[in-house]
Design a protein around this ligand. Structure first.
Ligand SMILES: Cc1cc2nc3c(=O)[nH]c(=O)nc-3n(C[C@H](O)[C@H](O)[C@H](O)COP(=O)(O)OP(=O)(O)OC[C@H]3O[C@@H](n4cnc5c(N)ncnc54)[C@H](O)[C@@H]3O)c2cc1C
Length: 597
């Protein structure tokens, strides 16, 4: 059976020493979390994930969710108690403002919990995760009355949330959606249509489910300009929050799928269900984007989370499994063979995963911190800068963390040899579960297009120009320090590749959109690799300082420095490959007619 230890110490190092959370004490909710309190919160989060959620991961995968003849859905055994522990522990309400029943603490801490919970049990963590995304959309775009009615119950976990975009004929292209919303004359709407692939669409964990549904109001324009967002509760509440009548929404079936079997992926049928408009008619996509952006970061972290738990198990296996001898002669002559961790190729795989995980965690936490600044800072310039960074980095993190997260789950499986293919070890489940994160919440190709087509050109390229400026400042601040050169010099060179790629796009994409489309995936990964390198520069600088200040941490900090060097020497050179592909342009790719494939 696989095991899991939440990386609490590593997360605390990132929060306290690298991102220096204590500098943000002026943000609402941050003054309450001293490093000690943060430590206690994360230790508690880690314990819950290790003890309550991880033990249900394999059993939930084996049994999956069951749909009864009446359309009710039962989550795997143990999920209900686990959900109550999650909600009861205040983990959903943690970042929600106090006036809506929350604790008003930093979202950054939620991000850490999301990672731990997704490593422990990704299918389970999606139930509260979707509720958090739905809450974000409600709090940004809902009316005061809607917020007061729904938010406290959702923050408590008594009511869960879903997002309903996809229909059989409408996936990426939301303009094709046909679910109808007809005014009832009392300010509410009748919603009719079918949604597919709806995560946590029906289950027995919460007493009510609040569906956030995209639909087209009668007479609305075609395409994305005619989409509105509705709240459609499974049970319609009275104004006082008491549960009323069952609404006309039901689960038609549960999708049979490759992984995350513990999460009910439902076909949802809306049959004249009562819906309540959020925001204005035809502005639904705008409101849903809040939820989607939140969810994209959540999905990014799912990639990291599967990479982390797969790594931990591969590392333990590599230290125990005896096969062959070290190339330089036996390292453990008293044993029949050496543990496989002596082999350079095993180390390559382990270090590639480790070097990714530790910096990717830093990027995910930094993005969450930007979200906190964007929502809570009193300084408009700081808010704007954080929003720009977050907008730029969200598609990059979604695309890169889930692509590499999946590759890493496969790599960790490889460390197990044939045993990685055998169900009992749990490695094949990590591979199956990690795979979906590349697809949903906007397939990764769409993230790349969002980055190149929308995020880069926005406001005359303000976000990417700020990224270049901040990167140059970071590298400049450490460039004169001899000890930092092994990190700063390669990062500088990779940043140069990114600048060249950005310049090429500016010169070649406007007149010829296929050049942008053909370059987008490599550009997303190129930017991601540079961001990881810059995070490693920050980690290396923090590690050197910490080692000097607290000599007892020397071994841990030295491991960080070696891992940073590994990243720079063996992983970062990928930026040159990405640049070469980008500047190759679209001509060859687009010249093959469909019938010539
Ligand atoms: C397990 C699971 C859970 C899900 N949960 C939810 C949920 O809770 N709520 C919800 O609403 N949906 C959910 N989805 C749906 C998911 O978000 C969609 O599957 C996804 O957005 C892609 O849509 P599609 O499957 O229709 O693929 P398509 O849109 O048909 O895309 C097929 C391929 O074409 C590419 N493509 C499409 N358009 C373009 C373009 N313009 N340019 C370049 N490439 C393009 C895509 O990247 C993709 O690779 C879930 C799906 C699964 C499998």
């Amino acid at each position: 059976m696989p095991s899991y230890r939440a990386p609490v110490d590593d997360t605390l190092f990132l929060l306290n020493d690298v991102l220096q959370l204590q500098r943000y004490g002026n943000l609402k909710g941050f003054a309450d979390v001293s490093p000690d309190v943060t430590g206690q919160i994360l230790a508690e989060a880690g314990k819950l994930c290790e003890e309550a959620f991880a033990p249900l991961n394999q059993s939930g995968d084996a049994t999956g969710c069951k749909r009864g003849a009446d359309g009710s859905v039962t989550a795997p055994a143990g999920f209900k108690a686990a959900y109550q522990a999650y909600a009861g522990g205040g983990w959903i309400s943690l970042p929600v403002p106090e006036e809506y029943g929350g604790q008003g603490l930093p979202y950054t801490l939620s991000m850490a919990m999301n990672e731990f919970a997704s490593s422990a049990n990704m299918a389970f963590a999606m139930y509260p995760g979707l509720t958090q995304g739905a809450l974000a959309a409600l709090l940004t775009h809902g009316s005061e009355e809607q917020k007061k009615l729904y938010a406290p119950k959702m923050a408590e976990g008594r009511w869960s949330g879903t997002m309903n975009l996809t229909e059989p004929q409408c996936g990426t292209d939301l303009g094709l959606l046909t679910t109808k919303a007809v005014p009832r004359g009392d300010g509410t709407y009748s919603i009719t249509g079918q949604k597919i692939f709806i995560s946590a669409g029906e289950h027995d964990l919460a007493e009510n489910i609040v569906h956030f549904v995209l639909a087209r109001a009668e007479g609305a324009p075609a395409g994305v300009k005619g989409i509105s967002l509705f709240i459609v509760p499974k049970i319609v509440p009275g104004a006082d929050g008491s549960l009323g009548a069952r609404n006309g929404v039901s689960c038609g079936s549960i999708e049979e799928k490759m992984g995350i079997h513990g999460n009910a992926t439902c076909v949802m049928n809306y049959d004249g269900a009562q819906g309540f408009l959020i925001g204005e008619e035809n502005r639904g996509l705008n409101a849903m984007f809040v939820m989607m952006n939140e969810a994209r970061l959540g999905v990014a972290v799912q990639g990291l989370a599967q990479s982390e738990v797969a790594y931990q198990n591969a590392l333990a296996y590599a230290k125990e499994r005896l096969q062959g001898r070290a190339l330089t002669g036996p390292k453990y002559p008293d044993k029949k063979a050496d543990p496989i961790i002596v082999h350079p190729d095993i180390r390559r795989m382990l270090l590639e995963i480790k070097a990714f995980n530790e910096a990717a965690r830093g990027l995910a936490l930094a993005a969450a911190l930007d979200s906190d600044v964007a929502h809570r800072s009193g300084d408009p310039a700081a808010r704007q800068a954080a929003e720009d960074r977050l907008g730029l980095m969200t598609p990059v993190l979604k695309g890169m963390l889930t692509d590499v997260g999946f590759e890493n789950a496969v790599k960790a499986q490889q460390v197990f040899g044939g045993h990685g293919y055998i169900r009992e070890w749990g490695m094949e489940q990590f591979v199956r579960d990690a795979r979906i994160a590349m697809i949903y919440e906007g397939a990764n190709g769409i993230q790349a297009l969002d980055l190149v087509g929308r995020k880069l050109p926005r406001e005359g390229g303000r976000a990417i120009m700020a990224f270049f400026k901040e990167s140059a400042e970071l590298l400049g601040a450490h460039g004169a320090n001899e000890a930092m050169k092994p990190y700063v010099v390669p990062a500088q060179s990779a940043l140069g590749d990114l600048q060249k790629a950005s310049m090429w796009l500016m010169q070649n994409a406007m007149a010829k959109p296929d050049n942008a489309g053909a370059a987008s995936y490599d550009y997303m990964h190129l930017l991601g690799r540079v961001a990881l390198a810059l995070m490693w520069v920050r980690i290396a600088a923090a590690a050197m300082e910490k080692k000097a200040r607290e000599p007892e941490t020397a071994a841990l900090m030295d491991a960080k420095l070696v891992t940073a060097r590994f990243y720079m020497e063996r992983m970062l050179p990928e930026t040159a490959l990405r640049l070469a592909r980008i500047v190759a342009g679209a001509d060859t790719m687009m010249s093959l007619a469909p019938e010539m494939f």
